[in-house]
Design a protein around this ligand. Structure first.
Ligand SMILES: C[S@@+](CC[C@H](N)C(=O)[O-])C[C@H]1O[C@@H](n2cnc3c(N)ncnc32)[C@H](O)[C@@H]1O
Length: 375
């Protein structure tokens, strides 16, 4: 399967689109704002001297979150310049995703974005230019030392390919019945991909530049004991029940695996430290409720069936193109109805945040100046 062709979120603005089902990711942008502020303040770049600033969002998709992130970055830079009494730099903002991403919807929503940031409390007084950039972040995207700030949210858990040689009967990710080799192959693929990503971005970052990266992960070190394993396990369970009823072919299920990996914080930090090109400035882990519409802090679930349906809609907006490409469109409604019911029975939480800065010459490798905080 050509991962790049089928890995994209549901485009458009319908009820199963990513744009309409990315509330969890939207909240993440708000939670990460203080980290972005810290990173942009920590940039070892002389703001008064800077005439142009290049910012890139990697894995932007086509929802409203990219614009929320851009608004925050521009506000932070605008405020910093105002405090220093200097003119803000002209900002060149790159929106990157795979070529199959719905860039049309993204570009069309630019009009609303421009209107929104030209009046009222969201007004932005920073000159900006927005550019779409199709391509994989596992390849070079920019000239050397040309980007000041990289941001990537909810994207780096998508690895560059399904690990080769997987034999993972009845599972679509690392499940309870997956042999240890499956877990190892996934783990090794993540290590290679994340290390490559860091190496490429290191080349593209200007000296003193910063990155804020957030992606899904697992709280525990045990590779079989993660919330995402549970979630994908519930999709597997739904597909297995359809196999039993003859609605899905068994070999179709056995040959479907996700190009996805949810690392633990320790694993992600180990890759950064082993590679030694960037320094960890801050790492932070936080949890979000499975139900994207539930923003309460407690574990109380008011309506399991509704929460199951809400979560299933958000996963559908992410997974549908992959499911359709492998199993065909006919199974989609039934699969996600079963998944919604399975989720309703099994609700838990989980997410990891990582912030890294470009390592300066002479700086100690892997210096960690922050600690892991649970929000
Ligand atoms: C869940 S969406 C996140 C979108 C947005 N950043 C947000 O927070 O709402 C993940 C995005 O990462 C993109 N993606 C996955 N692998 C990628 C790659 N190798 N290069 C560029 N984008 C990629 C997917 O196409 C998808 O649009």
């Amino acid at each position: 399967m050509n991962r790049e062709k089928i890995l994209h979120m549901n485009g458009g603005a319908s009820c199963y689109s990513y744009a309409a089902n990315s509330k969890t990711q939207e909240e993440a942008v708000l939670k990460i704002r203080p980290i972005m502020e810290e990173a942009l303040t920590e940039m070892h770049i002389d703001l008064p001297m800077m005439e142009k600033m290049v910012v890139a969002d990697l894995g932007c998709s086509s929802g409203p979150n990219t614009f929320a992130m851009l608004t925050e970055v521009m506000k932070i830079i605008g405020n910093q310049c105002q405090r220093k009494g200097v003119q803000p730099p002209e900002m060149l903002l790159f929106l990157n995703d795979l070529p199959e991403n719905d860039f049309n919807t993204l570009f069309q929503s630019l009009r609303n974005f421009k209107k929104k940031v030209s009046v009222g409390k969201d007004t932005i007084n920073v000159p900006y230019f927005i550019v779409g950039l199709p391509g994989s972040f596992y390849e070079r995207l920019f000239p050397s030392q040309s980007v000041h700030f990289f941001h990537s949210s909810y994207s780096l858990h998508w690895i560059s390919q399904v690990p080769e040689g997987l034999e993972n009967k009845g599972n679509i990710y690392i499940g309870k019945t997956s042999p240890p080799l499956v877990a190892k192959l996934y783990q090794d693929q993540f290590k290679r991909d994340f290390s490559l990503f860091l190496e490429l971005r290191f080349k593209e970052l200007v000296p003193g530049g910063q990155m804020v990266l957030s992606f899904l992960g697992r709280k525990k070190n045990d590779i079989y004991d993660g919330e995402l394993s549970t979630s994908w396990g519930l999709v597997s369970e739904s597909l297995n029940s359809m196999v039993l009823e003859g609605l899905v072919e068994e070999e179709k299920l056995d040959s479907f695996n996700l190009p996805f990996y949810a690392p633990s914080m320790e694993e992600a930090k180990a890759v950064i430290n082993a590679q030694g090109l960037v320094n960890i400035i801050r790492t932070q882990m936080f949890e979000s409720n499975w139900d994207p519409h539930d923003d309460s802090d407690d574990d109380f679930i008011y309506d399991y069936v509704q929460s199951g349906a809400n979560y299933a809609a958000s996963i559908r907006s992410v997974m549908e193109p992959m499911i359709v490409s492998h199993f065909g469109v006919a199974i989609v409604d039934e699969l996600f109805a079963r998944f919604a019911m399975n989720v309703a029975k099994h609700l838990v939480k989980g997410c990891v945040w990582i912030g890294v800065g470009r390592r300066e010459e002479g700086e100690e490798v892997g210096r960690s100046i922050g600690k892991c905080v649970t929000l």
